[in-house]
Write a protein that binds this ligand. Structure first.
Ligand SMILES: Cc1cc2nc3c(=O)[nH]c(=O)nc-3n(C[C@H](O)[C@H](O)[C@H](O)COP(=O)(O)O)c2cc1C
Length: 368
């Protein structure tokens, strides 16, 4: 059955920094724990990303900038030559498949980490453990109390983000996304519940935004602001995060990180929240928004309606996670109105191997 073409603003060309995009759909960063044990990307990962090359742009999953920042077993990293070579194979495969620009997300776990995984005691703004159990090589375990970061740890971590950003460009990425969302290290500094510091990095908003601001500035100095993106998730109570001043915190952060970044990426963006309009207004450059889709299952339209609402509210590009996870050819499905694949059982998200990863079916050529 051939589907007709649907005219959607999502399918119009757009710009991201210096890049022309074929459409406004961006693959959201998704950790899939298919790297080697040491964090080196695998040929299977190259295949997975190349399958999704019709997206306007791809933000590759969280990569760790140093050993201490490792969150879970088999997540990716980018701080050795082997990591750089592995990622180069991924960006080459996407380019060979005709893909648009690819950014790499840099993530430090902070208190989300475990000595059994990284060999190190996790570090965080304050010695407050994650309230949830955490994945380790031997299964779920109680989180340990992280050690409070010293001024040297802070300087070193900022340098490591910058070094990893340089490696990302060497590996063929258009740029990087600094991960300041979802309860990982940078978010732990932003949120009052996880940051009880009494030095220049804790206390009032100006101090709590300092670490993210310095990481972004160091990355931008290393590879250029036009290659540097920033991801935030204002008010998202995930991974034990509690924010007390979301509506003041994020405008201050966005003002402090500057106008010239490649993009700002808002995860779980709700166009009905006044904060969304406020952040949009503060930022004249590219805004990527990731809509709030139902947690249980992705909608039958692949998130199209929610995505279009965000474009109406002023977003420039839309990042989708699970719809792209289950539909490598999501762009074709949105173009034709074809039904989307549902995400298969949760356990295939992080189990490793091709099942639930590279084996999601695409449309028959006649249906594209
Ligand atoms: C399997 C999986 C892995 C994810 N890994 C990351 C990640 O590495 N970095 C990140 O910022 N968000 C991560 N997320 C969150 C997604 O980027 C996205 O914000 C979330 O899935 C909501 O979008 P969706 O409803 O389109 O899936 C992940 C989500 C899923 C489902």
């Amino acid at each position: 059955m051939t589907h007709e073409t649907i005219a959607s603003p999502l399918l119009t060309p757009a710009r991201l920094g210096t890049h022309e995009l074929a459409n406004r759909l961006v693959v959201a960063p998704m950790t899939r724990t298919r790297a080697k044990r040491d964090g080196t990307p695998t040929p299977l990962m190259a295949e997975y990303y190349a399958q999704r090359a019709t997206a306007g742009a791809i933000i590759a999953e969280a990569a760790t900038p140093n050993a201490a920042g490792q969150t879970y077993p088999n997540i990716t990293a980018l701080h050795t030559d082997a990591h750089t070579d592995g990622w180069r194979q991924v960006t080459r495969a996407v380019r060979a498949a005709g893909g648009g620009p690819m950014f790499l997300q840099i993530q430090h776990g902070g208190r989300i980490g475990h000595p059994d995984t990284s060999g190190l005691t996790p570090m965080a703004p304050s010695p407050i453990p994650l309230p949830d159990p955490i994945h380790t090589p031997s299964g779920l375990q109680q989180a340990v109390t992280p050690r409070e970061m010293t001024p040297d740890d802070i300087r070193q971590t900022i340098d490591d983000f910058a070094r990893t950003a340089r490696r990302a460009v060497e590996a063929g990425f258009a740029g990087v996304e600094v991960h300041s969302a979802n309860g990982y290290l940078l978010h732990q500094f932003l949120a009052a519940g996880t940051n009880r510091r009494t030095d220049a990095y804790g206390g009032g908003i100006d101090n709590r935004i300092r670490f993210t601001t310095e990481v972004v500035a160091a990355v931008a100095a290393a590879i250029g602001a036009e290659r540097t993106g920033l991801r935030v998730s204002p008010g998202k109570a995930v991974n034990g995060i509690t924010e007390t001043d979301t509506d003041d915190l994020y405008p201050a952060l966005i003002e402090a990180t500057g106008e010239d970044l490649a993009y700002l990426h808002i995860a779980f963006a709700d166009p009905a929240r006044p904060l969304f309009a406020r952040l949009r207004g503060l930022r004249t450059g590219t805004l990527i928004a990731n809509p709030v889709l139902p947690a249980e299952r992705i909608p039958a339209d692949g998130g199209r309606e929610a995505a279009e609402r965000l474009l109406d509210a002023g977003a420039d590009l839309i990042a989708l996670g699970r719809p792209f996870l289950a539909n490598p050819d999501l762009v074709d499905r949105i173009r034709t109105g074809a039904p989307v694949n549902a995400v298969r059982a949760e356990y295939t998200m992080y189990t490793g191997g091709p099942t639930g990863y590279t084996d999601y079916p695409t449309l028959n050529p006649a249906d594209r």
